[in-house]
Ligand binder design. Structure first.
Ligand SMILES: Nc1ncnc2c1ncn2[C@@H]1O[C@H](COP(=O)(O)OP(=O)(O)O)[C@@H](O)[C@H]1O
Ligand SMILES: [Mg+2]
Length: 250
């Protein structure tokens, strides 16, 4: 029987010298599910994503993506697995000296060297349509608003049709309205393309729009897990404090 778990992280431990960032962290994400990861700044959210995508090697534990143990794969096999993962990191800027078309062609050329120019161009247009920015195809990033850049960045990360998307603070730095638009776009794309996602965010509005389920990292562990409304309505003093002061978008 096919395993519907796209991501399995088992007993992941990561430390930097004396600093224990994650200890025996285990998570599972099911196909087409959106998991939101909360936690204070410095709680290891980005480290978790980096371990999943293979940018960081954990000290202990295992990580399975589509039933493949990524820590035991060869470089070639790991690259095959990575083809199926898209990520949108907060700092992921567009290349300023390239047009939108060139920015979007870039991952296609890198991952699919069999694709011809016409095919690439069609894919770029179709993906721009998904984020409602067809008209921006020949623009330079400097001509775009912050929200438009985010949408193009999103288009660039989904253009290779990843089955799994990892988002690190996708709405940070955006005003509340744009942030809501981007969150809704992420959810729509996720449904339309049947993607599985892990979303690290501080933005409660974003989380409420996107999340099927959420976990909370604290003191190197998964301290809480549940539906967003269960967490936000929790009587637990730490959660109450976090949700009333920590991440309400201003
Ligand atoms: N490459 C690294 N070397 C040393 N310390 C790191 C490294 N990456 C992250 N850290 C530390 O690990 C902790 C968790 O970082 P991070 O996952 O980025 O937190 P956040 O939850 O804010 O995303 C922080 O204290 C950070 O300083
Ligand atoms: Mg981070």
């Amino acid at each position: 029987m096919a395993d519907s778990r796209v991501v399995i992280v088992k007993n992941l431990t990561e430390r930097f010298d004396e600093l224990l960032v994650l200890e025996n962290v285990s998570i599972e994400v099911l196909r087409a599910e959106n998991l939101v990861v909360f936690g204070k700044s410095g709680s290891g959210k980005s480290v978790l994503l980096k371990c999943i995508i293979g940018l960081m090697k954990p000290d202990k534990g295992s990580i399975y993506i589509n039933n493949q143990n990524v820590l035991e794969l060869s470089v070639h096999q790991l690259n095959q697995v990575r083809k199926d993962i898209g990520f949108l990191f907060q700092s992921a800027a567009l290349y300023d000296s390239m047009t939108v078309r060139e920015n979007l062609s870039f991952p296609l050329k890198r991952h699919f060297n069999e694709m011809g120019p016409k095919e690439i161009d069609d894919k770029v247009r179709n993906t721009l349509e998904l984020v409602s920015l067809e008209e921006a195809i020949d623009k330079m990033p400097s001509e775009l608003s912050g929200g438009m850049k985010k949408r193009i960045g999103l288009a660039r990360s989904i253009i290779t049709d990843p089955a799994l998307m990892l988002y690190d603070e996708p709405t940070t730095g955006l005003d509340p309205i744009t942030s809501k638009e981007i969150s809704e776009l992420i959810l729509n794309l996720q449904k339309k393309l049947n993607m599985t996602s892990i979303v690290v965010t501080h933005d409660l509005i974003c989380a409420e729009i996107i999340a099927d389920r959420a976990i909370f990292l604290r003191d190197a562990h998964v301290a809480y897990e549940g539906k967003i409304d269960e967490l936000t309505k929790s009587k637990d003093p730490f959660l109450k404090n976090f949700f009333s002061h920590g991440i309400i978008k201003v």
